[in-house]
Design a protein. Structure first.
Length: 401
């Protein structure tokens, strides 16, 4: 019988200190790599989110402004704004009054002073004297009006309803009607159905008048309008002023925003200044109308426009300018090149914008050179936003007469 074998120690043993240190080091390297990938991915996602949001704001702002400028001066197929009442450019005072002009209060308008209107002023008149002493009169439609950012006249001295305007940016105003008729009347019709208290161009394609509808959807204006023969169409009237405001929601929030003045036909409530008025207030009078601010895109720091002017209205671009005269814009403008400088919704403290941006005739802008106020948190400084300059060119297709 084989004797019992004595127990022998196992040949297995634990990790040495060197092996443990090597394993820990490799683990830390792997963990650092995973952390680096996470941080980089997170930062990349944040950057992509900010840039995508900025592009969405730019796309909407450019498309909205482009469409309005393209449509500027559209009067439902009419050949001339001079055939529309009110026509403040002629010498006949009877052509200056309609239910639209009499209903729209000057106090809620946007002219240069409290006694001057803007929203219903469709034409302008200029009288000069030539070398022979003859009086020359020029009449042009106010389809587009423009204020260059270097204009010495204050914005409020041209459009008093604009408040919070961002210094160094252009302002553009336009008038038109909607591209599609809201209602119509044929010879056999005795009434039309339109929205109560809204403003329309009533036209048969040859002549027209601005009207304000009555107290209900079937109540025609009570005042005497220009006699028009059927068939007639009714187009919503659209006067607008685009500008950059230096805040988005509340004064001092520091978010530059593309806004526009919009016509409120009913239940308008005026505020303490031009920017605090509101539209559609249930407690406001149904007959109250005025101009209120509608903001479109946040982060828009600059608006610049370069105009392409034609020679003798023949459609051939003669020159480009950022400083046209009012007559040039009204009579010769064929194209408008729009520049928008837009920044991201939020700053990124890990990013510093060292680029230089130029648009139109505005001075070059370098964010990293901006001197911020003392005590401003680092992440709030101008240099930590992403920025782009977006541009497009639109054609002003409608009559200049």
């Amino acid at each position: 019988m084989t004797p019992y074998a004595a127990h022998r120690p196992s040949s297995q043993r634990g990790m040495t200190l060197v092996e443990l240190m090597i394993g820990a080091t490799l683990g830390l390297i792997l963990l650092a790599g995973v952390a680096s990938v996470f941080v980089y991915t997170n930062r990349s996602n944040k950057q992509n989110e900010l840039i995508a949001g900025m592009q969405d704001q730019a796309r909407f702002a450019l498309s909205t402004l482009s469409r309005d400028l393209t449509m500027a001066g559209y009067w439902g197929g009419m050949a001339s704004a001079a055939s529309i009442v009110p026509n403040t450019a002629d010498d006949d005072p009877s052509n200056d009054a309609s239910t639209a002009t009499t209903a729209f209060p000057i106090a809620n308008d946007c002219g240069p002073d409290a006694s001057t209107g803007w929203a219903m002023q469709l034409t302008s008149r200029k009288t000069t004297t030539d070398a022979g002493g003859n009086t020359l009169t020029t009449v042009w439609p106010r389809r587009v009006e423009f204020r260059n950012q270097n204009n010495a006249a204050a914005v409020a001295s041209i459009w008093r309803c604009i408040g919070g305007w961002r210094s160094g940016t252009d302002v553009v105003a336009l008038r038109r009607v909607a591209g599609q008729a809201t209602g119509s009347m044929i010879a056999s019709d005795t009434s039309a159905r339109l929205r109560a208290y809204h403003y329309y161009l009533q036209t048969n394609g040859v002549a027209g008048t601005l009207i304000r509808w009555g107290a209900n959807d079937t109540a025609a204006p009570s005042g005497t309008e220009v006699p028009l023969s059927a068939p007639m169409s009714f187009y919503k009237y659209v006067p607008r002023i685009y500008f950059i405001r230096d805040y988005a929601r509340t004064a001092g929030d520091g978010i530059p925003t593309l806004c526009r003045k919009e016509l409120c036909p009913t239940r308008f409530r005026a505020g303490g200044d031009g920017e605090s008025g509101s539209c559609g207030e249930a407690t406001a009078a149904a007959t109250a109308s005025g101009l209120y601010t509608e903001c479109l895109a946040e982060g828009v720091e600059d608006l610049q426009i370069v105009w392409g002017l034609s020679r003798e209205d023949n459609g051939t671009i003669e020159r480009y300018t950022s400083t046209p005269t009012p007559e040039d814009v009204a009579q010769k403008a064929q194209t408008a090149q729009i520049f928008l400088r837009i920044r991201s919704a939020r700053p990124d403290g890990s990013y510093t914008d060292t680029k230089t941006y130029t648009a139109g005739d505005a001075a070059a802008f370098t964010p990293s050179a901006v001197v911020d106020p003392a005590g401003t948190p680092e992440v709030e400084k101008a240099k930590h936003y992403y920025r782009r300059v977006f541009s497009t060119t639109v054609y002003l297709r409608n009559p200049v007469r």
